[in-house]
Write a protein that binds this ligand. Structure first.
Ligand code: SAM
Length: 244
């Protein structure tokens, strides 16, 4: 099932108001960690899956990538991406990630930031990405952490005074569809455990070179109210994987 939630006007308005949608990569808590996991992009042919507003596409070109293709299902997201992009070497394609068809070895780097928890078959996607990467190519991805996606509620358990008691994890090994609430809307995501992510990459032929579960930076802890709670459970899971 290919859900296109970002073309729902209410959801899109909510998403557009998030700090990361306004401030870009530097307002995204996990960006410093993801950036460190990227290979040198100079002269590289880059594919960004679920590119949204195109922040990572433009970053790749700032790092002298030779060309970038951004894929996203949402017309709204791509319209904004195009508005913010003035670069003939960046191409945006409206397409479901599940439906991508490229040539074998067409890319040197494939990036996907916080989009693949919307895709039902991560294993099939890894196989496709492996085919589309040239030997030595890198796949760098982030998803919502399985500790975060295991329960559809995606929320803390609160005490009688509204205090955050703890983050619930349940049904961890019951993988599959979750009808979650995100930004006040019903949103379908797919929960997979950590091993399933890793084994899908390994089975596709990748060598996993880095795994990360980033917490907030020291700077964010100091500046952003409520950030201390982000030390209590992981929210992002990231991999860097190389085609041998
Ligand atoms: C949380 S946003 C992340 C956007 C961008 N990668 C970033 O990090 O700023 C998720 C994006 O994935 C896109 N998306 C979700 N499911 C998709 C699918 N099945 N195929 C293509 N794009 C999808 C959404 O439209 C949205 O733009």
């Amino acid at each position: 099932m290919k859900q296109n939630k970002y073309d729902d006007s209410d959801f899109f308005a909510q998403y557009s108001g998030m700090p990361r949608s306004i401030g870009g990569l530097n307002a995204a808590g996990e960006w410093q960690e993801l950036r460190a996991m990227l290979p040198d992009l100079q002269g590289k042919r880059v594919l960004d899956l679920g590119c949204g507003f195109g922040w990572h596409c433009r970053y790749a070109r700032e790092q002298d990538a030779s060309s970038v293709i951004g894929v996203d299902l949402s017309e709204n997201m791509l319209e904004k991406a195009k508005e913010m992009t003035d670069d003939p070497e960046i191409t945006y394609i409206r397409l479901a990630i599940e439906d991508i068809e490229f040539q074998a070895e067409q890319f040197d780097v494939v990036i996907s930031s916080l989009a693949l928890h919307y895709v039902e078959r991560f294993d099939l996607l890894c196989q496709k990405v492996y085919t589309y990467l040239a030997p030595g190519g890198t796949f760098v991805l982030s998803v919502e952490h399985p500790v975060f996606t295991s329960l559809a509620s995606q929320d803390w358990i609160y005490g009688t005074d509204g205090e955050r008691l703890h983050w619930p994890v349940d049904d961890y090994h019951h993988e599959g569809l979750r009808e979650t609430r995100f930004l006040g809307n019903d949103v379908i995501k797919y929960h997979r455990n950590v091993a399933t992510h890793m084994n899908a990459l390994i089975d596709a032929g990748f060598t996993i070179t880095k795994v990360s579960e980033p917490g907030p930076s020291k700077e964010m802890l100091e500046k952003v109210p409520g950030m201390q709670d982000e030390l209590r459970r992981p929210i992002f899971l990231m991999f860097s994987a190389v085609k041998k």
